[in-house]
Design a protein around this ligand. Structure first.
Ligand code: NAD
Length: 478
């Protein structure tokens, strides 16, 4: 099938590349000319594991092209994906101006054949009909030949860092539309994925395809993200209570996660959720609820719990170091999650803001972010190119992002470079016992503090206790 994807960010580019990989002919459109030039030269403007290679292979196979010309894309595609950003406005509502511009533009260039216009962007509930009207407005303004078209909502559930895997192995595909013709074309488009021809486990049952009305499909996306964010805020709250009563949230999460009604995923306590989706999507749902006269109190609490949680590492640093003014704090990781270069709404940014406000000097090391990256918050700190440079002269480290390579660092060496070998593990990601042996005072989130082995302190767990703890943690999950 001939497909046009408009907007080549984390969602659009992955969608375009994966649709080409399963055999469709794809044109990707972006209005950022520099980005288009980069992609035309075979380079990916974003980091996503495996993406650049798959992109190059499909360009060579002549199934994938890039253009800045919307008209070329609209004329070409029988299915037109809208995959532009929908960031949050200060009010919490979604900024839909990019979707609006694209919808009007599509209308101006419609050229006679039947088209399916697909909202892949996460758009406020009710946007399907709004997009249809905008396209029609565009048609009138541009004097194009009026064509038949339908609008479909096809929300995206991929996770940055595993976006290609998620596209080929989705838990479900949601298609929201009232048009049978559009639904059938969408089913045809996704057939190779539904039948698991590109899946890691091809013998599994076909991917469930849920066909709904437009509004329900839009709501599914928001409800999914709101639920996941709430689950994380829940375990963070439990962790904060654990901190006070002396329980260990990692064990508590294991204990409740074994309940099949609850499950283990999204039950890791830490310094809060962030990124390009959860914050804006939960806020947008609260905003929509308000517009319709409903006070979404649970979701507001989810947001507020997360706002406080993001600064919990600062509280823990204050408990140990007391005055932070003049101290040097090193952040291990900047991105909101590992395996991505995305800094949007990353908890690290709130930490930088708070620590620098308190007079601390902040350094950071992230495998994918270097000092060339232009971001106003990064201008306030020193971005180093290695964990050793980061640790050198630091009073404490904070693990912000659970990059795999952070589990393999030589912590004994890092400890020797630091003023005070203290680490706040903001994701409960590191092995506390090894860290204590390496000479660190280890502070997790919602679990008891563990002193370095060559030091004994009252009220803190000692290495013998850890044997029991790690044995309990390694209980086989059934
Ligand atoms: P992004 O900001 O990374 O990319 C958006 C792209 O659209 C940019 O390349 C931009 O240049 C381009 N663009 C903007 N206006 C344009 C126009 N008029 N014509 C052509 N191109 C234009 O955004 P993203 O992270 O890919 O997110 C896109 C949508 O998908 C959002 O609604 C988001 O909520 C949703 N979503 C994102 C993720 C994720 O993990 N990033 C996951 C699921 C859903």
């Amino acid at each position: 099938m001939q497909v046009c994807v408009i907007g080549t960010g984390y969602v659009g580019l992955v969608t375009g590349v994966c649709l080409a990989q399963i055999g469709h002919q794809v044109i990707c459109v972006d209005n950022d000319i520099e980005k288009v030039k980069l992609m035309q030269s075979g380079q990916s403007p974003i980091f996503e594991p495996g993406l650049a290679q798959m992109m190059q292979a499909n360009m060579q196979a002549e199934r994938l092209k890039f253009t800045a010309d919307l008209q070329v894309g609209v004329n070409y595609g029988e299915i037109l994906f809208i995959a532009v950003g929908t960031p949050a406005l200060p009010s919490g509502a979604s900024d839909t101006r990019y979707v609006e511009a694209v919808a009007r533009g599509i209308g101006e260039h419609l050229n006679g054949g039947y088209k399916v216009i697909v909202n892949k962007s996460t758009v406020p509930i009710g946007s399907g009909d709004w997009v249809r009207r905008l396209v029609l407005n565009g048609v009138a303004e541009g004097n194009s030949e009026v064509a038949g078209f339908d609008v479909v909502s096809n929300p995206e559930f991929l996770r940055e860092g595993s976006a290609i895997y998620d596209t080929f192995n989705p838990d479900r595909i949601v298609i929201g539309s009232s048009s049978q013709q559009a639904i059938e074309l969408m089913q045809q488009l996704y057939a190779p994925i539904v039948t698991r021809q590109y899946a890691q486990y091809p013998d599994l049952a076909p991917v469930p395809v849920l066909v709904t009305d437009l509004t329900s499909a839009e709501m599914i996306k928001y409800a999914a993200n709101a639920f996941l964010a709430t689950k994380i805020s829940f375990i963070n709250e439990v962790g904060n209570i654990c901190d006070r009563v002396g329980a260990d949230v990692t064990l508590v999460a294991q204990g409740i996660g074994l309940d099949s009604r609850i499950g283990h995923k999204f039950l890791q306590a830490g310094i809060g959720w962030g990124g390009s989706c959860f914050p804006k999507d939960v806020s947008a749902l609260v905003h929509t609820a308000t517009d319709y006269g409903y006070d979404a109190r649970l979701l507001k609490s989810t947001i507020e719990t997360n706002r406080q949680q993001r600064l919990i590492a600062v509280e823990k640093l204050q408990q140990v170091l007391k005055i932070l003014k003049g101290k040097t704090i090193g952040l291990l990781g900047l991105t909101f999650k590992p395996d991505t270069d995305d800094l949007r709404d990353a908890p690290a940014l709130d930490l930088i803001d708070r620590l620098t406000h308190l007079g601390a000097k902040v350094k950071a090391y992230d495998p994918l972010i270097n000092s060339d990256r232009s971001h106003p918050d990064l201008a306030k700190i020193t971005v180093t190119t290695s964990a050793e440079d980061l640790a050198s002269g630091c009073d404490a480290l904070v693990l912000v992002t659970e990059w795999q390579e952070f589990q393999e660092l030589d912590y004994a060496h890092l400890a020797s470079l630091m003023e005070q070998p203290t680490i706040v593990d903001g994701r409960n990601f590191l092995d506390a016992k090894s860290l204590a042996k390496a000479g660190f005072d280890y502070i997790g989130i919602g679990c008891p503090k563990i002193d370095r082995v060559n030091r004994t302190k009252k009220n803190s767990i000692q290495i013998e206790d850890l044997v029991l703890r790690s044995a309990t943690r390694s209980i086989e999950l059934i």
